[in-house]
Design a protein around this ligand. Structure first.
Ligand code: NDP
Length: 401
């Protein structure tokens, strides 16, 4: 029986609190706080209608460390679950230290003025969390999150050693819009327009954004083009599995998405530096975000499935072996259960699971942790029981590319 404070009333926050309300034995009291209280109240009404559970709501600017500390002290949670934007990570970690409470998030800190994805800022909190006897768990969504748990599970149970690892992220959903993003457009576009980067033989290999393409036949989705990208779990996987010689991340994009993105980039609409417009500074990407469909509005119209997994090649009993661990999630089923599409669902459910494991003491520690450092077994078990069942396939051969 524990109290939890969730910050961020977007799609991911909505899924997480719906799923928490469905596990009242663990989450006995839930408070949802966000920049606009109206969004929290709308989610609270949906939670009440779907589960019968009443949750508290609060308005909070999480960039304000003092205000966040005061709210944490008032709510007295066992854990703060940060599902706001990556920009708020450090401020919320500071507030957790000031209030003496554990912390969890799903995306690494990013400064607003540069699209730089690295854990250094948050790893720098290691000594302070350790000295305070507190735990901070980083990147507990699907990717990052489940992809690292799948890898840890492969290392623990399926292979004696991993030599190569590929993460394959396919969103086979169709929302009918020519261009829209399935999660926060600003964060999404910053990520996909960054240079590609993968790990090979002890160093990072960089390339232009979305320049390397392969076609892969995804189960229950079909053949899709996927592109080599940098993604933040690569950094923690390299740190905790230095023996893996090659680690790559691939994500699928449709031709219409890429065509729009290319034009928007060429004309400067994805820039994140300020430009003057009619006497005031605007950030073009933030203006673009205001024009695009809200990710939450895609829920009722998205059909199809996501298919995200890891393919690992290594040895088992002296012989070469390739395994594929994956989850398939249906957009319409996710929407029917929580009122949110599968991209929010596949992030919010792991956040709830990580929170449950911390609150029940199954995942403990003092300091800043990545998913690779924790026992995958209870997490894998809960994925199966809370809406994200996974499967393991033995592949006849390693990936041919
Ligand atoms: P949304 O943009 O839908 O939601 C973010 C929420 O945070 C909004 O409700 C927003 O308020 C609120 N917020 C923004 N700034 C502040 C602030 N200063 N103080 C308080 N609240 C604030 O994003 P998503 O729900 O799609 O994503 C949430 C997080 O999950 C992001 O960090 C994203 O990067 C991460 N993510 C992780 C994935 C993974 O697999 N690991 C996959 C997808 C997302 P308002 O509504 O007023 O704008």
């Amino acid at each position: 029986m524990s109290r939890v404070l969730v910050i961020g009333a977007g799609g991911v926050g909505s899924v997480a609190v719906h799923k928490m309300a469905m596990s009242q034995d663990v989450f006995s009291h839930i408070t949802l706080a966000s920049r606009r209280r109206s969004k929290c109240d709308a989610i609270a009404a949906s939670v009440k209608q779907r589960t019968g559970v009443t949750i508290d709501t609060a308005e909070l600017d999480a960039d304000d460390i003092a205000a966040t500390t005061a709210l944490i002290k008032a709510v007295k949670p066992g854990l703060v679950v940060n599902l706001a934007l990556p920009y708020q990570d450090l401020a919320i970690m500071e507030a957790c230290l000031a209030a003496g409470v554990n912390y969890l998030d799903t995306a690494n800190y990013e400064p607003r003025d540069q699209a730089k994805f690295e854990y250094s800022w948050q790893w720098a909190y290691q000594e302070r969390f350790k000295a305070a006897g507190l735990m901070a768990l980083l990147g507990c969504g699907f990717d990052p999150g489940v992809t690292s748990v799948f890898t840890t599970y492969v290392a623990k149970r399926l292979l004696d050693g991993i030599e190569t690892l590929d993460i394959l992220d396919c969103n086979g959903g169709d929302h009918g819009h020519p261009f829209a993003t399935n999660f926060n457009p600003e964060i999404n576009i910053r990520e996909v327009t960054a240079p590609s980067r993968h790990w090979e033989n002890g160093s990072w290999v960089e390339g232009p954004p979305l320049a390397q393409k392969q076609t892969f036949d995804f189960d229950q989705v079909g053949p899709r083009n996927m592109y080599l990208m940098y993604h933040e779990e690569l950094e923690s996987l390299v740190r905790f599995y230095p023996e893996i010689s090659r680690i790559r991340f691939w994500m699928t994009f449709g031709d219409s998405y890429l065509k729009h993105l290319e034009v928007l980039t060429n004309i400067g609409m994805t820039r994140i530096d300020p430009v003057m417009f009619e006497g005031r500074e605007i950030i073009p990407l933030q203006f673009l975000k205001a024009l695009l469909p809200e990710p939450a509005s895609l829920g009722p119209v998205t059909k199809g499935k996501t298919n995200i997994g890891v393919i690992a090649t290594g040895t088992k009993g002296g012989a070469e072996k390739t395994v594929y661990v994956l989850n398939i999630c249906d957009h319409e089923e996710a929407y029917a259960e929580t009122g949110n599409q599968a991209v929010s669902y596949t992030t919010g459910v792991p956040a709830m699971i990580g929170a449950a494991l911390m609150l029940t003491g199954q995942w403990t520690g003092a300091g800043v942790f990545n998913m690779e450092q924790l026992d995958p077994d209870p997490f894998m078990d809960m994925l199966n029981r809370h809406g994200l069942p996974w499967q393991v396939k033995d592949l006849a051969a390693p990936l041919a590319f």
